[in-house]
Ligand binder design. Sequence first.
Ligand code: TMP
Length: 254
Amino acid sequence: MAPKKTHKNKIYEGKAKILYAAPEAGHLVQYFKDDATAFNNQKKGVIAGKGVINNIISEFFMLRLAEIGIPTHFIKRLNMREQLVHRVEIIKLEVIIRNLAAGSLVKRLGIKEGDRLPRNIIEFCLKDDALGDPLVSEEHILTFGWATPDELEQMVVYAGRINDFMQGVFAAIGIYLVDFKIEFGRMETKDGQLMLVLADEISPDSCRLWDMKSGKKLDKDRFRLDLGAVSDAYNEVANRLGLLPAISETKKEE
Ligand code: TMP
């Protein structure tokens, strides 16, 4: 669904979100679309209502993570599909944390899907659509200067803390956090320093979430693998997180 408001200057349009200029310098409006893509844009579709659900779920995690000391780009949710965020320079890396074997790890290394990994794994992919977001090593990151040594160390520490926290939240509602992807950005502070912050979103688009009892997939794999009932799965996650009342409220506001 296209954003209905046309009052803003579009800064950037990605596959699932749009960034608009905000009234205050240093802020942006992040708009969540219903559009979904997979396999580096080869598969395209729409998941009805996804943008609204992801906006609320992402708000929930950004706020909870800030409470445990993870700096984020999030300022506040504006409405059903938009949130106000700090303008950051996105670090061109996807940071992936894995707890159970799934997805590209299974394909690449032949590990059995669903096996618990002996310890959680962090991986980095270069954000480059033309190259298909290739897996890269810490050596590559430092050699080519995609992040500084301090940023890399900080991303690893934050990723571990975010994983511990999110695994706990999902376990409490009967869901395995199989793996997830996060992105970081550099935010300029008032005194002109650059600060590493969690950016982008955390939602069923960027996580693998399996029901603990049935193993049912409650994430974007339902779209990737044509499993059906995609919106229902996103709704189920929001419902178990206790966020459905917030979603109904925002729908009334519009
Ligand atoms: P993968 O197993 O396909 O490498 O994906 C690992 C995790 O990262 C999974 O939770 C899905 C998420 N992910 C994204 O959010 N965006 C992407 O472009 C890809 C490839 C994966």
